[in-house]
Design a protein around this ligand. Sequence first.
Ligand SMILES: [Mg+2]
Length: 240
Amino acid sequence: MTPTASPTSSPSVYEKILLFDIDGTLLLSGRAGYRALTQTFEELFGVVRGFDDVPVSGKTDEIILTDALARAGVEADQSDRRRFHTRYCELFADEIHFPGPRKGLMPGVADLLAALDERPEIRCGLVTGNFARPAQIKLEHFDLRRYFHFGAYGDDAPVRDDLVPIAVERARRWGAEVVAPADVVVIGDTPLDVQCARVAGARPVAVATGSFDQPALEATGAAVVADFSDTAAMVRLLLD
Ligand SMILES: [Mg+2]
């Protein structure tokens, strides 16, 4: 989440920084985001189903909003966007409590994060297209917040490729001395996650629990796993 005080009992030099995507990688929120976006769009701009057919996988919330505005032919200035952000976050905090398709943690996530948390030489953070507030709400809802110490979000930059350096800088400010980009691993479920890792010189690892299957992810050249259910194998892969 936002940078917090450095731990006094942990080393300041970490061998690895692991940056996880949220949606389709750690969890699915059962379309809570879609419902909150759609309702906000209708309330503010009078357009129904404004996010139907707008591509979302791997995109930042900022770009998703921009695409929806363009499709609907709606002109929105910065103040409209701020109002959208505020209202969307309010509605999302309610919507997360409702059931929805595939809502829950992805296979193996809880065990993997617990296993990684026991390794003093690594620290986990986030790189997600979600705005920071909904990201935090999701992690709290699924009791994952304690595992993540820093991150970069959809309100930090509209383009995902710019998020990894922001997350790494926050890791440094938090107290992690990352020695090389290759010691940063970006874990996500879309080709855009793989791309943002590559652009930053980090190592991509892709997981096929989101909207892309294994062959589609393998076409990116990244290491690909079906899911995180083999904890020991995942730890080995991430710390490779
Ligand atoms: Mg994702």
